[in-house]
Each structure stands twice: as C-alpha cells, then as structure tokens.
Design a protein around this ligand. Structure first.
Ligand SMILES: Nc1ncnc2c1ncn2[C@@H]1O[C@H](COP(=O)(O)OP(=O)(O)O)[C@@H](O)[C@H]1O
Length: 220
C-alpha cells in the first residue's frame, strides 16, 4: 500500500506510522526523522534544516522533495510506503504526484488524524523522546517513564525536541493550518482522504486506522 499520513504536530503520526508500517509491511518514511538524522550526523542538509525546524517553519521544498524522492526510490519502498510528514504543502503534493506518475503508481489513501488544538499543545509540551530510538516516546503527564529522564524500553536518555517548546509548537500549528491543511482538500478532490479521530488509547487508534484503510482498499 502507498499511504500518506496527515495531521497536526502532536496528532500521533509518528507513533501510528511505526505501528501501521509494521502491520502493513511497508517502510515508514518520515521527513522529520530524516532531517533529525541529518542534524545528528551534522551534514550540510542537517545544518540547513535545523534553522527552519527550530523556528517552526518548513524546510524549503527543493531540498525536502529531493530528500523524500531519494528515500522513496530505495529498494525497500518498491512495493509500498507510509509517508509521515510529506507532503506538507500543495507544491510538495504536486511533486509527489509527478513522481508517482512517472513510475506509473498511485496513492491508495491519505489518512487524516484529527485531534483538537488544545490537546496538541498539551501533548507536545510533555513529550520526551529516547535518544536511541525515536519510536520510544513518553509523556510526562499521560505515560511518565518509571525513572525520570530514562527510557523504560531500552534505558536510553530521554530528551525534549528543540522544536517542542510551546512557542515553536504554536508556530508549527499556524504553519500546519496555512500550508499543510490545504493538501487535505487537494487529496479530497482525488477521493483519497479517510479521516479518523486520534483521541484515545494508542492501540485503539491503530485499530481505527487499519479498519479505515481496509474499507478504503475494499472500495477501490
Ligand atoms: N515535508 C516537509 N517539508 C518541510 N519541512 C518539513 C517536512 N517534514 C518535516 N519538516 C520539518 O521538520 C519539522 C518536524 O517535523 P515532524 O518530525 O514531522 O514533526 P511534527 O509532525 O510533530 O511537527 C517540521 O516542523 C519542519 O520544520
């Protein structure tokens, strides 16, 4: 399956994408994770991306599209992928359409994760991530780690992302509304959007997502 995941920052895209990708047996491609890997390896791309990310802005399309394209062309993505954080504006969506067209393939669904804005700010401000594995995510209010600052899964050090400060989160939300939300209408016009609520236990949301994708698949 070829799926795009959309939703505001803090909607749980990363958490759900990891689980859905494992069940659907497709790679989870996260442009945010790719940028963060570049930042920790101190590449030129990482240095450029960091300045935009820390301000809550989008990294310029040119470099983002090239990076996403390169990742989608890896052999493991040949039979499908789950895109998380890409496309993030209409011109990226158009570039993705072009790329898929040249390869003669199509998206099957765009999964839209809905979550109220106040919830987003609360979730992100309390979010802590493990340095060893970005899929190990904790929440100081909802699911605090047994030991302060230490990952329950692997013992790694927990940290707060530089762009998770309240001020940057508000900017990221504004960018989401003005630049990313329009892609939902763009994909609605192609009949691809399935919307689910991203409130509730993590397992329950995964179940909802798989159900919705199955219905979408059956309808094609
Ligand atoms: N497709 C993209 N285009 C431009 N910038 C991106 C893209 N994906 C990620 N980024 C940058 O990385 C940041 C973090 O993205 P991500 O990890 O997806 O977090 P979240 O969805 O929680 O905001 C974004 O705020 C943006 O600066």
């Amino acid at each position: 399956m070829r799926i795009v995941l959309v939703g505001p920052p803090g909607a749980g895209k990363g958490t759900q994408a990891t689980r859905l990708a494992a069940t659907l047996r497709v790679p989870h491609i996260s442009t945010g994770d790719l940028f963060r890997a570049n930042i920790s390896q101190q590449t030129e791309l990482g240095k450029l991306a960091k300045s935009y990310m820390d301000a809550g802005n989008l990294v310029p399309d040119e470099v983002t599209i090239a990076m996403a394209k390169d990742r989608m062309e890896q052999p493991d993505a040949e039979n499908g992928f789950l895109l998380d954080g890409f496309p993030r504006n209409v011109s990226q969506a158009e570039a993705l359409d072009e790329l898929l067209k040249t390869e003669g393939i199509k998206l099957e669904a765009v999964l839209d994760l809905e979550v109220p804005e106040e919830e987003v700010v609360k979730r992100i401000a309390g979010r802590r991530i493990c340095r060893n594995d970005s899929a190990h995510v904790f929440h100081v209010t909802y699911s605090p780690p047994a030991q302060d600052g230490v990952c329950d899964v692997c013992g790694g050090e927990l940290y707060q992302r530089d762009d998770d400060s309240e001020e940057t989160v508000r900017k990221r939300l504004e960018v989401y509304h003005t630049q990313t939300e329009p892609i939902i209408d763009y994909y609605k016009a192609q009949g691809l959007v399935v919307t689910i609520s991203s409130l509730g236990p993590v397992d329950e949301i995964t179940r909802r997502a798989l159900e919705a994708l199955k219905r979408e698949d059956a309808g094609k």
